[in-house]
Design a protein around this ligand. Structure first.
Ligand code: FDA
Ligand code: NAP
Length: 450
């Protein structure tokens, strides 16, 4: 679209890419921002590629619980009086009293998902589902040629495309599944992120021999699930460590997820940042909640008492190769103990091998050249989560997630989303106010969705 064609087009203060918990939390922070009045709203719209709201749906296994307190919801740490708090949701669901009687800080993932769906329903006028953002392009509207607007290209589920225009974008597209090199997912080889839909596509009686690769939370939860759901099946856990390690959620270690830890990480020395990772990686990566470890060990011990075995743990073992042919899946395991290899025939193989971050350059394309990178090739990010431009830009690109190198361990988690979203909303509003003061008039804003 040419610049003249855009004269009539709405210009949002913010377009959010992805509508997971991070950008939902931002939608709420913008709505509740003191500067957002009916006369002069902070205008925003969000694009989500899923056809409806969903948060890691394929891992909504029975009995799995949240790894954070219910108070680390979409809003409470920023605004305890928010109507989008988990407590508000409980009240609206007539379950507040029962929740308190239950005396548990960690709801099931099912319940937290229901909370998020409830919040998403309250924000439905802010989001277009089935809409994948494919690129972000800068546009210079002012005379001096400096980009001051962003064109966001969107591909809708029905194949149509569109463009939205904004002064800022907030990229919050989450993580992508990580598979071992040369291993491709298919109907019998699954990544944990697609687990339930792939599992339900199979006839359970045909799954007589299954294996789960990895020693993180996803692997342990799926191993327990398969063991319980397939009482006739041999279940193998292929774990690279000697045994599952516990996720440290004790109070002192948990402080790494406090809002204050972000400042200490961001402004700390390289040595301090390194210490965060060296001492506290085991709060989140390749670790498992103690109750799940105990549940698995109990099943294994019960088998020893009964004298029959169908739950097998291959420790100090990594997958080196997968061969597929029709219904047959053969996996090659290498023992780290003595380097011997072993081949197994399986009906289904689950890789709970974790996730990678997504480089925002995928969406920014050539525009990415306008942003600074550090010596390790990572984007430089301001404390307010705005990408640092090579030279002054009137428009802003913010990240929610993908900032572990700059802002620390909570970047990919829920712990800090309420506070982080508030900081991003403050930054966007402050820059809008500065622009308005410079120009002497409120800048044009949108009133409805694209
Ligand atoms: P999230 O991944 O949730 O959302 C990103 C959204 O962007 C997705 O909905 C995606 O469809 C959309 N999207 C991607 N590309 C797009 C594009 N180009 N255009 C439009 N939309 C696009 N953390 C924690 O603190 N406590 C916990 O209990 C858990 N539990 C947990 C369970 C499981 C199974 C996993 C895999 C992870 C967790 N996590 C967690 C970590 C997890 O990263 C976190 O809970 C949130 O999902 C982070 O929210 P985001 O909105 O940042 O990403
Ligand atoms: P993860 O913690 O990154 O664990 C991945 C595991 O796969 C690691 O043990 C890794 O071992 C192993 N692995 C990788 N390649 C392998 C190979 N070729 N052979 C054998 N093992 C291999 O991933 P995750 O368990 O999916 O957890 C990701 C995030 O989701 C975490 O934040 C977690 O807390 C969260 N989560 C939360 C819940 C919940 O809330 N209930 C449930 C699931 C996940 P190495 O480290 O040695 O490579």
């Amino acid at each position: 679209m040419g610049i003249s064609g855009r004269r009539d087009q709405e210009i949002y203060d913010v377009v959010g890419i992805g509508f997971g918990p991070s950008n939902m939390s931002l939608a709420i922070a913008l709505q509740e921002h003191g500067a957002s009045t009916p006369q002069h709203p902070v205008t925003s719209h969000f694009f989500e590629r899923q056809p409806r709201f969903g948060w890691h749906r394929n891992m909504l296994l029975p009995s799995t619980t949240m790894q954070i307190s219910f108070l680390k919801d979409l809003a409470t740490f920023r605004n305890p009086a928010s109507r989008f708090s988990f407590v508000s949701y409980l009240h609206a669901s007539n379950r507040l009293v029962q929740f308190v009687n239950n005396q548990d800080f960690f709801p099931t993932r099912q319940e937290f998902h229901q909370y998020l769906e409830w919040a998403a329903a309250g924000l439905s006028d802010q989001v277009t589902y089935g809409a994948e953002v494919t690129s972000i392009r800068p546009v210079a509207e002012s005379g001096d040629g400096t980009p001051d607007l962003l064109e966001i290209s969107v591909r809708h589920g029905d194949g149509t495309t569109g463009v939205a225009v904004a002064r800022n974008v907030v990229i919050s597209t989450g993580l992508v599944p990580r598979m071992p090199q040369d291993v491709a997912a298919d109907e019998r080889v699954w990544h944990s992120s697609e687990f339930l839909s792939k599992f339900h596509a199979q006839a359970p009686q045909e799954l007589k021999s299954v294996a789960v690769v990895g020693a993180g939370q996803s692997a342990a939860e799926i191993t327990r699930f398969l063991y319980d759901a397939l009482p006739h099946a041999q279940v193998r856990a292929v774990i690279p460590s000697y045994g599952y390690s516990v996720a440290d959620d004790t109070p002192f270690a948990n402080q790494v997820f406090d809002p204050g830890a972000v400042d200490e990480y961001y402004f700390g020395t390289e040595r301090a940042r390194d210490a965060f990772w060296r001492y506290h990686r085991n709060t989140n990566y390749s670790v498992v909640d103690a109750d799940v470890i105990r549940a698995l060990y109990q099943r294994s011990y019960d088998e020893q008492v009964r004298g029959s075995r169908r739950l097998h743990f291959r420790n100090l073992t990594r997958v080196t190769k997968v061969e597929r042919g029709g219904d047959e899946t053969r996996v090659v395991l290498r023992s780290l103990l003595d380097d011997t290899t072993e081949e197994l025939a399986l009906d289904a193989l689950v890789f709970a091998t974790g996730y990678d971050g997504v480089d925002p350059a995928r969406l920014l394309g050539d525009f990415d050249r306008n942003f600074q990178r550090d010596t390790a090739g990572r984007h430089r990010v301001e404390r307010d989560y705005r990408l640092v431009p090579v030279s002054e830009l009137a428009c802003g690109v913010y990240l929610q997630g993908g900032t572990e190198h700059s802002h620390g361990l909570s970047s990919a988690l829920l712990s800090n989303i309420a506070v982080r979203s508030g900081e991003i909303a403050d930054s966007i509003v402050l820059r809008r106010t500065e622009r308005e003061l410079e120009s002497g008039r409120p800048v044009e804003t949108a009133s409805s969705a694209a």
